[in-house]
Design a protein around this ligand. Structure first.
Ligand code: GLU
Length: 431
């Protein structure tokens, strides 16, 4: 791995600048309803960012341990989704924002099903859904999953666990209430005990950034290279984080920051910039909704500075079609870059202008295409199928990347444009 030169490290520079300036923000209070959390250092403040290549950037004490609390919720939801699938998990936990506090009784009238897996009620059900014969086995699976997301073996802060186990009657009440309507797939005491242990897992800001980066990277931990959950599960978790991750402030967060996120009363906050990075902030001073005040400030500024909002118009690096030629017998279009929906839509329009008379050929030169996503492959293969049905021959010139794409393997392919054109010319009927 190449170490970045300090003068080129603009990511660290940004984090250090934000850290230095926002340390002056001392609004908020420590969580004290779990007595042990009230002993946290109110000045603790750290930022950590992990890229899709597993490179780490940080400011402040990013190696300081604290308890994960509610930041565990999306990861245990991911585990339940990976084990049972979205249909089964959704029978037990909804996917709608509650618009209420994290510890609210947000249960669907009639069924008692909690609104979503990011609030306590939904998280207690999600925890109970994880497979395991005994409480210990279930917790071991959860700890193992959180550890694989973090890329190192995590452990439990026994003092925080004991503190919440002694005082967590509201969560117990939620569990008994759900159990009374058959909405909890375990005994209330087992479900809540496992949930308290899960919340007391000890992490650092650096761990949380790796965990967030794993979701950003489609479920593959960018530091260890391990596939922790399938890609579709990472997408499902990010969707629920985007709509429900910040409790009753989820709408304002999506509007102003525009990234899937999750906070916890231990002071941890993660945000995910899909395919870019995972970021974590630690600062235990919380606002009225239980969210770290500095965490919100950091993420608002960072999102604006780097234009990270999910709804931003994506950048297009270069025009898709580099060459189009309407021959009498053979039409040619050459494309470059990533072939996604927008690029394929452009390419097919240009192709329309060069399709020759019936029987003639079309050559798609994809040698400079660097990647083809599902939309690009579907659109190109459907269009070529249609052309062949109408009596044309479709031929590709493809590089190693596109050649390996099974979705385009049905067509006659050559490794150079010249060969493709010559092949077409040989099909031309003699005058
Ligand atoms: N263990 C905490 C609770 O259930 C987690 C809440 C949070 O982090 O928002 O009350």
């Amino acid at each position: 791995m190449v170490t970045i030169r300090p003068e080129l490290d603009v990511v660290t520079e940004s984090l250090v600048e934000l850290h230095g300036r926002l340390a002056a923000l001392t609004d908020g209070t420590l969580a004290d309803y779990i007595p042990q959390l009230a002993l946290a250092d109110p000045h603790a403040f750290a930022l950590s960012l992990v890229s899709m290549h597993g490179d780490r950037y940080q400011a402040g004490e990013a190696g300081l341990p604290f308890t994960v609390q509610s930041v565990s919720k999306p990861f245990v939801y991911a585990l339940a989704l990976a084990e049972l699938g979205l249909e089964e998990v959704s029978r037990w936990v909804g996917t709608e924002p509650s618009g209420e506090a994290y510890n609210a009784i947000s249960l669907e009238p009639g069924t008692g099903r909690p609104d979503n897996a990011m609030i306590n009620a939904g998280a207690i059900v999600t925890t109970a859904l994880v497979s395991g014969g005994t409480c210990e086995q279930r917790f071991e699976r959860i700890l193992d999953c959180l550890s694989r997301f973090a890329g190192r073996r995590l452990d439990v802060d026994e003092a925080v666990y004991a503190s919440e186990a002694q005082t967590g009657n509201r969560n117990r009440a939620l569990a008994y209430l759900m159990s009374s309507t058959g909405a909890l797939p375990a005994t209330p005491s087992d479900a809540v005990d496992t949930y308290f242990r899960q919340c007391a897992v000890r992490v650092t800001t650096r761990d949380l950034a790796v965990m967030a980066a794993t979701l950003a990277n489609g479920g593959v931990n960018p530091v260890t290279g391990e596939t922790v959950v399938p890609r579709h599960v990472a997408v499902q978790v990010l969707a629920v984080m985007a709509s429900c991750g910040m409790y009753d402030a989820s709408g304002a967060w999506l509007l102003r920051v525009g990234l899937p996120a999750k906070s916890g009363v231990g002071g941890g906050l993660i945000a995910v910039s899909p395919a870019r990075f995972g970021i974590a902030v630690h600062s235990p001073l919380l606002d009225a909704s239980g969210t770290p005040v500095r965490g919100v400030a950091v993420m608002r500024e960072l999102s604006e500075r780097f234009g990270l909002h999910l709804m931003h118009h994506p950048m297009r690096s270069a025009p898709t079609v580099t060459h189009a030629d309407a021959g009498e017998w053979t039409g040619l279009v050459a494309a470059q870059g990533a072939l996604d929906f927008t690029a394929a839509e452009r390419l097919l329009r240009e192709l329309s202008g060069v399709v020759p008379g019936t029987g003639g050929c079309v050559v798609l030169d994809l040698l400079d295409v660097t990647s083809i996503d599902a939309a690009g492959a579907l659109m190109v293969s459907s269009a070529l199928t249609r052309l062949e049905e109408q009596g044309h021959r479709a031929v590709l010139a493809v590089g190693p990347r596109a050649a390996a794409d099974a979705r385009l393997s049905a067509w006659q392919s050559f490794t150079s444009r010249q060969e493709a054109l010559e092949w077409c010319e040989n099909l031309r009927p003699a005058e």
